[in-house]
Design a protein around this ligand. Structure first.
Ligand code: FAD
Length: 386
């Protein structure tokens, strides 16, 4: 028996689910999601901290966030499933004039893109929000109240359920082992469950994007990088209404998660590679940063078994690679989110579905995200990376 689909999506995480949802909303429902695990979300999606923000430095990232946050805010209405969107804001805390200038420049760019509620805040404003913060060296910051958090697993489930209700199929425990390219165009996909004829394939393989692209002899510069999250035991000395707070002096950031806190810090000692083991030594490293900025964290309890590690999918310029795969007609890339794949999943689904169905994106200049930008020497630079 030969299986056929109009579009095959490789990977079953949040990005695949959003692409499927956006295709289905446009009436394109002969779509097959192929996921090698026995459940969806076993890759980076379920490891995410769930942060969503429009406070970026580049217009493309800001515009992708505006579309995405708007969709998160009405997610239940459109998918019938909650996104767990909690608009408690992101507060960037600057300790140098250089960082403050950078936030001001970003704020002007964000406003120019249509983000009306982002504002600069003073040290006093910051202390009003987080009175427990050590602020002697703080010179100000920025805040946007519609930034916040979502539940990544729930978003993925909502997109998937809605897509499947429209007719999209999902194959679990099925690995894509080959991409059949004939005369420069996609003709089908080989899987552990057999061959699927198709003329369009989407690489949504998260940290494994480069190896999936290689199946079609396409080079996608995406590297996996371990990131670790420390979840505290319930902790009452800080409000559960706090925003995501980012200490720009160290990169340490934290946010409430129910009665607990999620703590994160980009460890500069991490190197690229497939690693998802949680390193217990990380707890002391991060608590040193946490306590120096918020001394009450000295009293927090951490159960290492409730902490975890996952992988960012990183590109050389920390921007996603979205668009047609160079040299292979019918192959589309949705990769390399560099820490922003949950928050940008709605926009990515919209862009990829439009590229497949219309050939062009209606709301961003998707050409900026083409894979060719690296070889052409035109990388973007997003410096507001967490
Ligand atoms: C610790 C941590 C914190 C994060 N925090 C945030 C945050 O606050 N905000 C944010 O926006 N993002 C965050 N991210 C990033 C975000 O989680 C990812 O960018 C996002 O989940 C990527 O989704 P995806 O669907 O592309 O990939 P994944 O969820 O990894 O899905 C890819 C899927 O492809 C499948 N697959 C791979 N190869 C094959 C194959 N050959 N055949 C079949 N299936 C295959 C895998 O099994 C996997 O399920 C964080 C990531 C980590 C690790």
């Amino acid at each position: 028996m030969t299986n056929t689909a109009d579009v095959v999506i490789i990977g079953g995480g949040i990005v695949a689910a959003s692409v499927a949802y956006h295709l289905a909303e446009r009436g394109c429902t002969n779509v097959l999601i192929v996921e090698r695990e026995d459940r969806q979300g076993m890759g980076s999606t379920a490891k995410s901290m769930g942060g969503v923000r429009a406070q970026f430095a580049t217009s493309i990232n800001i515009r992708m966030s505006l579309y995405s946050i708007d969709l998160f805010s009405k997610f239940e209405e459109v998918t019938g499933h909650t996104a767990g969107y909690t608009p408690q804001g992101y507060m960037f805390v600057a300790t140098s004039e250089r960082h403050l200038d950078y936030l001001k420049t970003n704020m002007l760019q964000q406003r120019a893109c249509g983000l009306t509620n982002v504002e600069m805040v003073t040290r006093e404003d910051i202390l009003k929000t987080v009175p427990q913060l050590v602020a002697d060296d703080v010179v100000g910051g920025s805040f946007c109240p519609t930034d916040g958090f979502v539940d990544p697993y729930s978003v993925m489930t909502g997109f998937s359920k809605r897509a499947r209700a429209c007719g999209v199929s999902l194959w679990l425990e099925t690995e894509v082992t080959g991409i059949d390219v004939k005369q420069g165009a996609v003709a089908g996909v080989q899987t552990s469950r057999g061959y699927i004829s198709t003329r369009a394939v989407v690489n949504a393989a998260g940290p494994w994007a480069a190896s999936v692209a290689r199946l079609a002899a396409v080079d996608v510069p995406v590297e996996p990088l371990r990131r670790q999250i420390v979840k505290t035991e319930p902790f009452e000395q800080l409000s559960s209404r706090l925003p995501m707070v980012i200490d720009m002096s160290t990169g340490f950031h934290f946010r409430p998660e129910g009665p607990s806190y999620l703590l994160a810090w980009p460890d500069p000692d991490e190197t690229y590679g497939f690693r998802t083991d949680f390193d217990y030594g990380f707890i002391e490293k991060i608590l040193t940063r946490a306590v120096s900025r918020v001394p009450v964290f000295a009293d927090v309890e951490v159960n290492p078994r409730r902490c975890w590690a996952g992988m960012y999918e990183v590109t050389p310029d920390h921007h996603a690679i979205i668009g047609r795969a160079p040299g292979v007609e019918g192959m589309f890339l949705a990769n390399g989110f560099s820490g922003h794949g949950v928050m940008h999943s709605p926009a990515t689904g919209k862009i990829v579905s439009e590229l497949i169905l219309d050939g062009v994106s209606s709301f961003v200049d998707a050409e900026m995200l083409r894979a060719e930008r690296f070889a052409e020497g035109n990388p973007l630079e997003e410096t507001a990376v967490l």
